[in-house]
Design a protein around this ligand. Structure first.
Ligand code: MN
Ligand code: MN
Length: 438
């Protein structure tokens, strides 16, 4: 229960990848981690972090063993499904002002209407100034949102397929309805621009160099009359990210093996781009660390990577009795039964999956049992019902052992997702034990 409370505080501060990265670095610095760029030489026991464009973070604790023998890595992603503002988002239509969006990641679009929504992000001015924006979280703030058709006129809409009941271009957010007196044209839009200019000093053109995300407004909540669960936005995958960060920050000693906590961006759109896991920031950081430990060579770097062990920490589909037909009960993840290992993911015959080695799974079973950690195993639904992927296969490219392990989620990718506090705590214990014993 206490751990769940701490997680909720973290989650409420981390509604975007940028906010999550900043919060992680704040916590790491408070725990004595230094920016790798500011460190000349590294020794066993040193704690450093790597900040990639403010959207991806790596934490390291240098261990006693030679790096070429491999390190222990836990990796999660800190981006979540949402709607991003377009480059030219603001328009007026029939006395209402709107912000146009392009959704990010896999969403059921009909879930995102008639909800209180908030804006989180940054505006980068031409002079290099970065203006942070958060509107809709403070109790005194207004919220924004997307309308849906009234039931009285919905006969045709309700005959549509679920995937097109609300379409991508329908995800336009209402932001205003009050005209500016004496404005020559588009008086409602002009009024909104005046408000933005007064509060943030930004102009319409500044949206061109902005990254503003539309997310559900409000805080996470205890869920269930027994408070056993948490309802929150972005459990996928900040629940694993939090368990990882806590696992790292709870290692007081100098570990035998170097520990690494990876927090990647862009997983929800294929791990692409400079901050996605497919970029080379992890490999580059390892090269820097070998160098600052005075042992760098191309061969030692490759050995360090291929000899490493990794838990790819991402959420699992929680078994949902209301939708039992898509699950296979003997190989499903259940809320409250502990951290969940997915030996493989993928779809249609394991396609696209990292399939962890049996020998590695055996070793992990021993670590879990030795440390009295509740774990379960699962795959993502019935064969041929659907599928998905994580960052596991990307790190496996180095030849290291990798397996998916995480927390089961109900309503995954919905604006408000549900996890079990017990699973969160077991994930924390599992990641901590893995870092020290793998
Ligand atoms: Mn995920
Ligand atoms: Mn996801």
């Amino acid at each position: 229960m206490d751990f769940g409370k701490a997680y909720r505080a973290f989650l409420d501060q981390s509604k975007t990848e940028r906010e999550c990265a900043a919060e992680t670095i704040r916590r790491a610095e408070a725990a004595g981690y230094r920016n790798l760029n500011d460190v000349e030489a590294l020794h066993a026991g040193d704690r450093v972090y790597v900040n990639t464009m403010g959207k991806a973070v790596q934490l390291y604790i240098i261990g006693k063993a030679p790096l070429e023998e491999g390190i222990n890595i836990i990796g999660a992603h800190i981006d979540s499904p949402r709607m991003d503002l377009k480059q030219n988002p603001l328009y007026e239509d029939t006395d209402l002002a709107y912000l146009d969006t392009h959704y990010y990641g896999g969403i059921k679009k009909y879930q995102w209407v008639t909800l209180p929504l908030a804006l989180h992000g940054v505006v980068a001015k031409k002079d290099g100034t970065i203006i942070p924006i958060v509107i809709g979280e403070d109790e005194a703030d207004p919220v924004i949102g997307i309308s849906d058709l009234l039931i009285h006129l919905s006969q045709q809409q309700l005959d549509k397929k679920g995937s097109v009941v609300i379409e991508g271009e329908d995800l336009d957010v209402i932001v205003g309805g009050k005209p500016l007196k004496d404005a020559e044209k588009e008086p409602v839009k002009t009024a909104i621009l005046a408000i933005l200019n007064e509060k943030y000093g930004i102009e319409e053109e500044d949206f061109l160099s902005a990254e503003i995300e539309v997310v559900p407004a409000g805080k996470s909540r205890d869920f269930g009359l027994d408070r056993s669960m948490i309802l929150g936005y972005g459990h996928d995958d900040r629940v694993c990210a939090f368990a990882q960060i806590e696992a790292m920050l709870n290692i007081a000693q100098t570990p035998d093996v170097t520990c690494c906590c990876l927090l990647a961006d862009k997983e929800e759109i294929g791990s692409v781009g400079a901050t996605g896991m497919r970029a080379h920031y992890f490999e580059n950081a390892m090269a820097e660390i070998l160098d600052k430990c005075g042992v760098y060579s191309e061969l030692k770097l490759r050995r360090a990577l291929s000899n490493s062990r990794m838990l790819s920490c991402d959420v699992s589909a929680g078994y949902d009795p209301s939708y039992a037909s898509v699950f296979e009960k003997r190989n499903a993840a259940y809320l409250g039964r502990g951290v969940c290992f997915n030996k493989y993911t993928g779809s249609r015959g394991k396609s696209g999956s990292n399939d962890a080695n049996a020998e590695y799974v055996g070793k992990l079973r021993a670590i879990m049992d030795d440390n009295k950690i509740c774990f379960q195993t699962a795959e993502l639904g019935k064969v041929d019902v659907g599928g998905g992927g994580t960052i596991a296969y990307i790190c496996a490219l180095y030849g290291m052992n990798v397996i998916d392990s995480g927390v089961a989620v109900l309503s995954m990718h919905a604006p408000w997702e549900i996890i079990s506090k017990a699973d969160l705590y077991e994930a924390f214990k599992a990641y901590h034990a893995f870092l020290l014993h793998a």
